[in-house]
Design a binder for this molecule. Structure first.
Ligand SMILES: [Zn+2]
Length: 383
């Protein structure tokens, strides 16, 4: 195809726009492909490999709503042999022509079905039998907010959804009013803003699900500066939908002393910092339940799953992450308050544990840790 070249990612051959390999910002014309999103797709392949065996025979179909040139769908078709069928859709016919050609080159033309359609029409039409999909992925430009209903209505009971948000400026606090209408909560523009962002995205998905008599269970999430991504199992459960608010709350942050605390209910009146007395800012409502299922993450980490060093690092942090604290502390934030040189996160985690606190790494930031100690106690332990 003119303007396209063949490249290899993972074990899959991809026809990609030539310009996407040379321009710093990949162009949208003739089609969009971002080589830098390889990590995102590598982790997807690991997640789908871990999840596909849970699906019944005949249900092992994946749908990729914004497939572009088909990179994620093709990699799933080639690298997740357990999947029986992979459906990819995009509104750009040139991108879909490239995806079909790539499927032919990889010898998976029979396994892949590519279409040009509006994303919700594609999702709700279901598979070839008109049935729901075992796995549904949504990776849009910008926010996924307007498509969540369609995703939830197109996935099987006990199926998996993977959702990307790239409107990171909104979710990190640059446009709080836009964040509130898209995600039903306020962001916090602070040192752990990406965790608040992931939790805002997750709570929006959970609340939308509850409206549809569904419950979600997050199994893994990760974030880089340009996107964040949540994987969750979806179950038909009015009981689970009824208890959605058990996993939704708020995070309060003091921009003066760095104190942070979570709360199940919106705090009444002005919230004073328990350490320094300054007014605290409130983030949320947001998801305060677990973001990772350690059993699922360990499946992703299995020897034969093929995770590379970069993926392993994220997954190992996720598997050991404290589940019930919805914020983290950055190592350099602590060292700048202590006016000391930065020290390794592993050493900080060990020191906090020796002092009797819970502590762990976090998958959302390699330079940060979680602990049940307040910032005052952390500074005292690490002095
Ligand atoms: Zn304070």
């Amino acid at each position: 195809m003119e303007g396209f070249v063949e490249t290899v990612e993972g074990r899959t051959k991809l026809l990609v726009p030539s310009l996407s390999l040379t321009e710093r910002v990949p162009p949208k014309v003739p089609a969009f492909f971002n080589p830098a999103a390889k990590l995102n797709r590598d982790l997807s392949v690991l997640a789908y490999r871990a999840f596909a065996p849970r699906l019944e025979k005949g249900e092992k179909a994946l749908a990729d709503g914004f497939t572009g040139i088909g990179a994620r769908a093709l990699r799933a078709a080639v690298e997740v042999p357990e999947l029986e069928k992979v459906y990819g859709n995009d509104v750009n016919p040139t991108a879909i022509a490239a995806a079909r050609e790539s499927a032919r080159i990889n010898g998976i033309g029979d396994k892949c079905v590519f279409s040009v359609n509006e994303v919700c029409k594609f999702l709700l039409a279901g598979d070839e039998r008109g049935e729901r999909f075992g796995i549904v992925d949504l990776d849009p430009f910008g926010t996924p907010a307007m498509h969540i209903d369609c995703v939830l209505r197109s996935v099987l009971d006990d199926g998996l959804i993977s959702i990307t948000a790239t409107d990171t400026a909104v979710l990190h606090g640059v446009y709080p009013e836009v964040c509130r209408r898209r995600y039903y909560g306020l962001p916090l523009n602070n040192s752990y803003g990406n965790e608040v962002a992931v939790r805002l995205l997750t709570s929006m998905i959970a609340l939308t699900a509850s409206r549809l008599e569904l419950a979600i269970k997050p199994v893994f999430c990760h974030a880089v500066s340009t996107y964040l991504r949540v994987y969750a199992v979806v179950q038909v459960s009015s009981g689970g939908a009824n208890s959605v608010y058990d996993s939704i709350g708020y995070v309060m942050h003091c921009f003066n002393c760095g104190h942070r605390v979570s709360a199940a209910e919106y705090p009444a009146g002005e919230i004073k910092c328990g350490l320094c007395g300054h007014r605290m800012r409130v983030g949320g409502q947001l998801w305060t339940g677990p973001l990772h299922d350690p059993g699922f993450v360990k499946e992703m980490l299995k020897e034969d799953a093929g995770a590379d060093a970069r993926c392993r690092k994220i997954l190992e942090s996720a598997a050991g992450e404290i589940a019930d604290i919805p914020y983290y502390f950055k190592g350099d934030e602590i060292s700048s308050r202590l006016k000391t040189n930065p020290r390794s996160i592993d050493k900080i985690v060990d020191r906090m544990r020796e002092a009797g606190y819970r502590a762990s790494r976090t998958a959302l930031n390699p330079g940060a840790f979680k602990t049940d100690a307040t910032i005052e106690k952390i500074l005292a332990v690490l002095t």
